[in-house]
Each structure stands twice: as C-alpha cells, then as structure tokens.
Design a binder for this molecule. Structure first.
Ligand code: NAD
Length: 297
C-alpha cells in the first residue's frame, strides 16, 4: 500500500520510518521540518513537494501535525490534501486535536468525497520509535478495520473507541488529563521528600513498584532527578491538549478541577520561557514556589 505521511516532527518522523521498515511505500512531506524530511527520504520514502502533491500519489494520507488549525490547513489550505486528492481518498489524522474539530473536519471531508478517521496516539517519542504507541480511533468502523493492520505497525495497541468522529480524540484528552495530573503529583511529592530531608532517588526506588508507581512516574521522574527537560512532549503541546480538555469538559458539563490547576502551572511555565521544555518541567513551577531544587541531599 502507498501511504502519504504529512507532518514529520518529533512523532511523525519515527512513525513514517516504521511504515517504511514494515514494507509500506511512503510519500512524505513537511513544509518546515526539512532535516526530518531528508532523514525520512534517506530511509526510503518518496519526497513529497506539497500536501496536495502527496495526496495525488496515494490512496490514504496520514497527518501528524500540532493542532486543529494545522490539520485544517493541511487538508483544506492552499496546496492542501483536498486540492490533490484522488476520488475516494482516505485521511487518518493522528494529531491530538479537539474532538469537535475532528468531527467538523470529517464532515467537511465527507462533503468532498473523502473519508476521515481520527487516530491520536499516546506513548511519546520513545514509543513512536519502537512502534509501540497506543492508538485510539474514532469514526467509521469499516475504515478502522481496513487500516487496523497498518496502524499496528506504529502501535502496540490499536483500539476503535467509537463510531463517531472525535471519539479517538476524546479518549486522548482523558489520557492527557491523567498524564498532566500525574506529573504534577510527582513534582509535588518529590519536592516534599527533598524539603523533608529524604533523598528523592531513594523515594523513587522505594515507591515505583507500589501502588503510586506508573508509566508516567517511570518516564518523567528520572528526567526530574537528572534535571533533563529536553522534549519529549513539549509543555506548549500539553497546554493545547488541556485547553481542548477544558473546552470539551465545559461543553458537556464535566468538572475539570485538577485539569484547570495543572493548566495554570503550565501556563506560568510558558510565560516564563519554558514552553518548549518537556512536560516533566512542571517541577520547575514547584521549585520556583519553594526555592528548593530537586537533587541529591
Ligand atoms: P512537532 O511540532 O514536533 O511536529 C509537528 C510537525 O507538523 C512539524 O514538523 C510541522 O512542520 C508540521 N506541520 C505543521 N503544520 C503543517 C501543515 N499545515 N502541513 C504539513 N505539516 C505541518 O509535534 P509532535 O511532538 O510530533 O506532535 C504531533 C502531534 O502528536 C501533536 O498533536 C501532539 O500533541 C501529538 N503527540 C505528541 C507526542 C510527543 O511526545 N511529542 C505524544 C503523543 C501525541
């Protein structure tokens, strides 16, 4: 199968490479990430010249861009996918965007004779590289069945979350709320240990296998302990997800008490020049409040 891949950032680049490794023909394009495009072409992809140019060569296009406006631009903008699409083109949007936007984009695609499925992912760059992402899909079940095997090349789990477009993105928002609150809880708890005079390294060793242990703790606490805040997942992208979660929550009447608290922490970090840090950088918010850096005692 010949697959278009648009958006070759932190996540898209390794995902496109995994499709190539599995034997798919890939036509790749990113208007800004030239070095990543070169890298994917060196791995065997055909170089696309525009989003429309990619769409004209394939039956299915994957998009992996930051947020709803970028997905709209990639599909309906100048030299966009819709401009180059063959009749019956399928689009799988793997970006994390607002569920309502996903539904609206799918409806607009349908008017133009294209099917669209939302399939956002969780797992971050390491799992994108390993091909072990968690992929959560929303939309036409027949389309899901058609592409489940291909998505399985990029993910360890591929789940159809609902027939409605946006169901995958609603699932992703639930995921992002849990990750954000978990990171903030880790930052708060490890600052507590530090200030109370117990070595945070020892605390991590002691509790990681117990009930408090989590994938988030295992991935993010070592970054806090080594004060390595290279992304990973940028605070600015998590602000986007929490904004989408708050908007969705307010739309359906869900109280979003913890989400709004962590959103304010991240917004402070953004305003203080840390928006491009990994989200484990929430620690810096606590350090600013306490004046105490995490480290060996
Ligand atoms: P990124 O910023 O590294 O990459 C996004 C890429 O999209 C960029 O290279 C950019 O040039 C490209 N792009 C923007 N507008 C475009 C357009 N109109 N047409 C074509 N390409 C365009 O972001 P990322 O970290 O790879 O994240 C991508 C998506 O995956 C986001 O929605 C993010 O929330 C989600 N996500 C990221 C992670 C992570 O750990 N980084 C984990 C899970 C999900």
């Amino acid at each position: 199968m010949k697959v278009g891949f648009i958006g070759l950032g932190i996540m898209g680049k390794p995902m496109a490479k995994n499709l190539l490794k599995a034997g798919y023909e890939v036509v790749a394009y990113d208007p800004f990430a030239k070095a990543n495009l070169d890298d994917v072409v060196a791995a065997g992809a055909i170089r696309g010249e525009s989003n429309a140019g990619v769409a004209s060569q394939v039956d299915v296009v994957i998009t992996m861009v930051p947020n709803s406006p970028h997905v709209k631009e990639a599909i309906f903008g100048e030299k966009g996918i819709a401009e180059g699409a063959k009749p019956g083109l399928d689009i799988i949007d793997m970006s994390s965007i607002a569920p309502l936007a996903s539904k609206e984009i799918a409806e607009e695609c349908a008017k133009r004779g294209m099917r669209m499925m939302d399939a956002p992912v969780s797992g971050g760059e390491p799992k994108a590289i390993d091909g072990t992402l968690s992929i959560m899909c929303g939309g036409d079940p027949a389309m899901f069945e058609q592409y489940k095997e291909m998505l399985g090349v990029m993910g360890a789990s591929v789940v159809h979350c609902g027939d409605v477009n946006g169901a995958g993105n609603t699932t992703k928002l639930a995921n992002q709320v849990i990750v954000a609150v978990n990171i903030a809880a880790c930052a708060e708890a490890f600052e507590l240990a530090q200030m109370a005079g117990v070595d945070p390294e020892k605390v991590f060793e002691a509790i990681r296998g117990g009930l408090a242990g989590s994938t988030v703790m295992n991935a993010k606490v070592p970054m806090m302990l080594s004060r390595n805040f290279n992304p990973g997942f940028r605070i600015d992208l998590h602000i986007k997800d929490l904004n989408n979660a708050l908007e969705t929550g307010h739309g359906v009447g869900t109280p979003m008490i913890l989400t709004s608290a962590v959103q304010e922490m991240m917004q402070w970090l953004h305003n203080n020049g840390s928006g491009s840090d990994d989200h484990s950088g929430i620690l810096k918010y606590y350090e600013k409040l306490t004046g105490v850096e995490l480290g060996n005692l």
